[in-house]
Design a protein around this ligand. Structure first.
Ligand SMILES: Nc1nc2c(c(=O)[nH]1)N[C@H]1C(S)=C(S)[C@@H](COP(=O)(O)O)O[C@H]1N2
Ligand SMILES: [Mo]
Length: 401
């Protein structure tokens, strides 16, 4: 709470206990009217959420199954972890149904000892868990031309999980990289054989062979039984259903890094291998599609992340960008992970525009979409990390600007 005025605003939102007692007709000393008096549901072997919870992924309408995508409802998210069932999805040829008892990872190419790993063998190796986001480089694609109406539609191709697996470095060390090995081709077991080239420095740095997600097995949608996690780098290189790693001298110029995932620049050249996802943020409360109940106290909440490390600062403007206030960041913060920011606000009831901008530990400040267009032109489809603004109308409704 920042000051006395916002505190008064906050108290005005609560129902006074006296009023609650007066309205409670029951003879049980003011217990909530809905307190159950009958035995509830029994225990279960796998939990389900409340039937009153309605958060769901938005399934993008696409022309072909090869374009399939679903988006995380960021506006409904709490904290920094995306529930696995709400993690965004992007599949280029559907979700394969892989049996972990037969799935293998093959590691070959410029290595001393080509190796095959069963899932059991990988699970016996020293493991680590990290909290990291995954973001499709096509996230916020529509924002190049037309601002999206909700946080889900504008920014929902980003999610954050706790991932568990084996450092990629461990298996590379075991195979013994030859000195000429400078890249790895990473290929999936789905029908499109999604394949991307990964520079060896990154492979030896913080990449993981992941089999666990948020305390349980990886979801089929996220690559069960094995995916590559390339922290902070564009979603596409985080190859799911991983089955082959091949050490090579150069990048392989695969379909997925030439015909796609490159951007056409104003001078006609292609911007390729734009790996790191730059700092970005979005206000999730209040955000497009929501409605404010009325003037008074409100906690502005949002998410910020950077593929280059920690989020250092998030600034929020509630006056159309004239002034900016530093938001509180939820601790502990993790590099290349969602960081929750919060700022108390007392809304006067007047129409205004709210927006956030993130700064990461490299000092990089999230640009506006206009600043991005000035550099990259209008033919880009990927890597839009522009500032996202919401308009709060006098009637409390929130829309895109
Ligand atoms: N094998 C395989 N890996 C893949 C894909 C795919 O279609 N097949 N899609 C990629 C893309 S474009 C993205 S953005 C991320 C999405 O990961 P998610 O579905 O777990 O969110 O996976 C990447 N890895
Ligand atoms: Mo993607």
């Amino acid at each position: 709470m920042k000051d006395a005025s916002s505190r008064r605003g906050f108290l005005a939102l609560t129902t006074s206990l006296g009023a609650a007692l007066a309205s409670c007709g029951g003879g049980d000393g003011g217990a909530p009217a809905e307190a159950p008096s009958r035995l509830g549901k029994p225990v279960s072997s796998y939990g389900e959420r409340s039937r009153f919870s309605a958060e769901r992924r938005f399934i993008a309408p696409t022309k072909t199954p090869e374009q399939a995508a679903s988006l995380t409802p960021l506006q409904d998210s709490e904290g920094v972890i995306t529930p696995s069932a709400l993690h965004f999805e992007r599949h280029h040829s559907g979700i394969p149904d892989l049996d972990p008892s037969v799935h293998e990872l093959l590691l070959h190419g410029l290595v001393e000892r080509p190796l095959r790993f069963s899932m059991d063998a990988l699970k016996r190796m020293p493991s680590v868990s990290v909290i990291r986001f995954v973001e499709c480089s096509g996230n916020s694609r529509s924002e190049w031309s037309k601002p999206a109406p909700t946080a889900q539609m504008s920014s929902g191709m980003a999610s954050c999980s706790e991932w568990t697996g084996v450092p990629l470095r461990t298996v590379l060390d075991e195979a013994g990289l030859k000195p000429e090995a400078k890249w790895l081709i990473c290929e999936g077991a789905d029908a499109c054989r999604m394949a991307r080239s990964l520079p060896i420095e990154k492979a030896l740095d913080d990449c993981l062979l992941v089999y666990g997600q948020n305390g349980e097995a990886l979801r089929p949608e996220q690559g069960y039984p094995l995916r590559l996690l390339v922290p902070g780098w564009e979603g596409n290189i985080n190859v799911k259903w991983l089955r082959v790693l091949k050490a090579t001298a150069g990048p392989s110029e695969t379909r997925d890094e030439t015909s796609k995932y490159t951007d056409l620049m104003p001078d006609g050249s292609s911007r390729q291998f734009t790996f790191a996802m730059e700092a970005k943020s979005v206000i999730t409360t209040p955000s497009g599609g929501q409605a404010l109940p009325g003037p008074g106290f409100l906690e502005i909440r949002g998410l910020a992340w950077s593929g280059r490390g920690l989020i250092e600062k998030v600034e929020v403007s509630v006056d159309g960008g004239s002034t900016w206030e530093v938001a509180q960041l939820q601790e502990p913060r993790f590099p290349k992970a969602f960081t929750r920011f919060r700022l108390p606000w007392s809304w006067s009831g007047a129409e205004t525009t709210i927006q956030s901008r993130a700064t990461d530990e490299t000092g990089y400040i999230q640009p506006t979409v206009q600043e991005l267009v000035a550099v990259r032109g209008t033919e880009s489809s990927y890597h839009n990390n522009g500032v996202k603004a919401w308009k709060v109308l006098a009637d409390g409704s929130v829309t895109n600007v």
